[in-house]
Design a protein around this ligand. Structure first.
Ligand code: PMP
Length: 405
């Protein structure tokens, strides 16, 4: 059992008022708040230990390099990858997907090939593949969702063809909260010889993630959505792919030898880490992962499930409120519309009552098109949220309905 009131004290930002009301932060899908230990780590690094990694032989550079490589090992353990050199640091999920789309695409995708996505992908897992298809003369195919917001997996066997080069799927939908059966998807794709990229941006912080058990070929996520700093993310790739794929950026640190005639690239992981990396961000991310490990992901998942059940039941008390995403396996994301009220009007009024939610298409326009809507109001809960905050959301919505009807 987690002591939520004690945990909230670890997140200094939560303890404030907006417009004279206590802040109720329900926009964790967009970004999460940072525990004090992450903030303190970053301050200490800049204060006492900062120097560029893999460069100098001097004391500060050596200890920063040690912390950076230890951070890589922490990430490896957190996602259960086989090797630390399969962990590449990037700027975030978007840059990880772009890296794979470019590098994997350069090597393996030809005119007439197909990339298979799903209808519930975030734009970050659509646009880079579309750009690849445009460059190569390939095309996108899409696994549809059903009314509950689950993937129609029965279509998979016919959607995968001999031209499919890669399947990209989100672990958890950022709009619906649906937890996709990624292990099963990987199994089916691999039966057809198709590699799979899993977008873990909304999954890693809410589900126990084991890339070895999942057997995915690539797994990507962002530090800022898992209580770590912004500007840092991870690309996990199986060694066999990363070894074969070309670097997508050239520069310092990713080389063994440079002459004007030819460059010999570094071994993994540095081959994919050109230039000065966000090493402070990587160390901050590792601190956040340690923090989560200490709380226990099982405990976090249990509390978030309780919050989801409670908040779902309470929201149903609002007349004409419709929830989008009703899978039996979902994270604590509640996307909804109320009658014909505009999502942004509801969001603006919630803000005035201290409640931070996200409104709009949530960077998933094709999914909104599927439902024939322009967007939703999205309340995304995490382990530092409380049932009292769900009550405040409900009461605020009832007031807003009164006001706008
Ligand atoms: N994929 C999903 C499922 C997301 O929710 C997000 C962020 N909303 C992204 C990708 C992109 O993440 P980032 O902006 O951190 O690169």
């Amino acid at each position: 059992m987690l002591d939520i009131q004690k945990i909230r004290k670890d997140f200094p930002i939560l303890d404030q008022q907006v417009y004279g009301k206590p802040l109720v932060y329900l926009d964790n899908g967009a970004t999460t708040q940072k525990p004090r230990v992450v903030l303190e780590t970053i301050e200490r690094l800049y204060d006492r230990e900062n120097s560029n990694v893999h460069r100098g032989g001097h004391h500060l550079s050596v200890i920063t390099t040690e912390h950076y490589e230890a951070a890589r090992e922490t990430v490896r353990q957190f996602i259960h990858a086989a090797h630390a050199h399969e962990i590449i640091f990037t700027h975030g999920t978007t840059s990880s997907i772009n890296a794979v789309a470019f590098s994997f695409g350069e090597k393996y995708v030809r005119a007439g090939d197909e990339i298979l996505l799903t209808e519930m992908e975030h734009h970050a897992n659509i646009v880079p593949w579309q750009m690849l298809c445009e460059r190569k003369g390939a095309s996108l195919k899409v696994i549809p969702v059903n009314e509950a917001g689950e993937l129609r997996l029965e279509t998979l066997d016919t959607l995968i063809t001999e031209k499919t080069r890669l399947l990209a799927v989100t672990q958890v939908s950022n709009v619906l909260g649906t937890v996709n059966p990624v292990k099963e998807i990987v199994e089916i794709a691999h039966r057809h010889g198709v590699p799979v990229l899993v977008d873990g941006a909304q999954g890693i912080q809410h589900e126990i993630t084991d890339v070895t058990d999942m057997d995915c070929d690539f797994y990507v996520f962002s530090g800022h959505k898992i209580y770590g700093p912004t500007g840092i993310g991870v690309l996990y790739g199986k060694e066999k792919w990363l070894e074969e794929m070309p670097p997508y950026q050239g520069g310092g640190d990713m080389i063994k030898k440079v002459t004007f005639e030819k460059t010999i690239y570094e071994d993994l992981p540095l081959k994919f880490e050109a230039g000065t990396m966000n090493y402070i961000g990587a160390i901050g991310l590792a601190t956040a992962l340690d923090y989560l490990r200490d709380l226990g992901l099982e405990n976090i998942m249990a509390w978030e499930q309780e919050l989801l059940d409670y908040a779902t039941a309470r929201l149903k008390e609002v007349p004409e409120l419709k929830i989008y995403g009703n899978s039996s396996h979902k994270t604590a994301i509640l996307s909804f519309l109320i009658g014909d009220l505009h999502h942004s009007d509801v969001g603006t009024l919630l803000d005035k009552l201290g409640v931070a939610v996200r409104t709009g298409h949530h960077c998933a326009q094709p999914l909104c098109d599927h439902y024939g809507i322009a967007g939703t109001v999205r309340a995304s809960f995490t382990f530092y949220n409380t049932k009292e905050e769900a009550d405040w959301l409900l009461n605020s919505l009832l007031r807003i309905v009164e006001m706008l009807k």
